[in-house]
Design a protein around this ligand. Structure first.
Ligand code: IMP
Ligand code: MG
Length: 174
C-alpha cells in the first residue's frame, strides 16, 4: 500500500524558490526573449508558476518524454514522444523539469536541444536528488535539493496521482 508521508518541502519554500529562480532568469536574460520548454507532465505546475514570476518576454512550449529502465539501470533509454512546435535555432532556451534523479532524461534532452544550435541552452529544475546521479549533470537553475526519497506533489506523481498536492511529500510503499 502507498501511504502519503510527511511534507518535506512546504508550499512556502516552493514559492520562495520560484521567486529566487525567476529573479536569476530576469537578470540573466534581461533585454532578451526566452523560450521556456516544460517537460510534461511533471513540470506543468512549476512552469506555470515560474512563467508568471519572470518579467521578461517568454514563449512557452512543451515536450513529452518516456523513460525506460531509468529506475534500475545505469543507462535508461529516453524517447522524445512529443517535440516542441518551433525551431530553436538562434533562440535562448531554458528547459524546465520537475526533478532530476539519475540525470538520464535531461542528459538526453541536453544533447537533442544543443544539436539544434540555440543561442543558449540552460536547464532549470524545481527539485534535485544529486545523490542518485548516474550521469554527470548539473542544472543551471536548481531549486531545492531533496534526499533520496520518493516524493510526490507540486507536479510530481506516482502512477499519475498526487500531482496536485501543493506541498512536496514523501510517498511510502509499505
Ligand atoms: P531521471 O533524472 O532521468 O532519472 O528522471 C527524472 C524523472 O523521474 C522526473 O522527471 C520524474 O518524472 C521522475 N522522478 C524521479 N524522482 C521522482 C520522485 O521522487 N517522484 C516522482 N517522480 C520522480
Ligand atoms: Mg518527469
Amino acid at each position: 500500500m502507498n501511504r502519503l508521508g510527511e511534507v518535506i518541502v512546504s508550499r512556502e519554500r516552493i514559492s520562495n524558490m520560484v521567486n529566487e529562480i525567476a529573479g536569476m532568469i530576469n537578470a540573466d536574460y534581461a533585454g532578451k526573449e526566452l523560450m521556456l520548454v516544460g517537460v510534461l507532465k511533471g513540470a506543468m505546475i512549476f512552469l506555470a508558476d515560474l512563467c508568471r514570476a519572470v518579467d521578461i518576454p517568454v514563449i512557452i512550449d512543451f515536450i513529452i518524454v518516456s523513460s525506460y529502465g531509468v529506475e534500475t539501470k545505469t543507462s535508461g533509454v529516453v524517447l522524445l514522444r512529443k517535440d516542441i512546435d518551433e525551431d530553436i535555432k538562434g533562440k535562448h532556451v531554458v528547459i524546465v523539469e520537475d526533478i532530476i534523479d539519475t540525470g538520464v532524461t535531461l542528459n538526453y534532452l541536453k544533447d537533442v536541444f544543443e544539436s539544434r544550435n540555440p543561442a543558449s541552452f540552460k536547464i532549470c529544475s524545481a527539485f534535485d536528488k544529486p545523490s542518485r546521479r548516474v550521469v554527470e549533470l548539473v542544472p543551471d537553475y536548481c531549486g531545492i535539493k531533496i534526499p533520496d526519497e520518493f516524493v510526490v506533489g507540486y507536479g510530481l506523481d506516482y502512477a499519475g496521482m498526487y500531482r496536485n498536492l501543493p506541498d512536496v511529500r514523501v510517498l511510502y510503499n509499505d
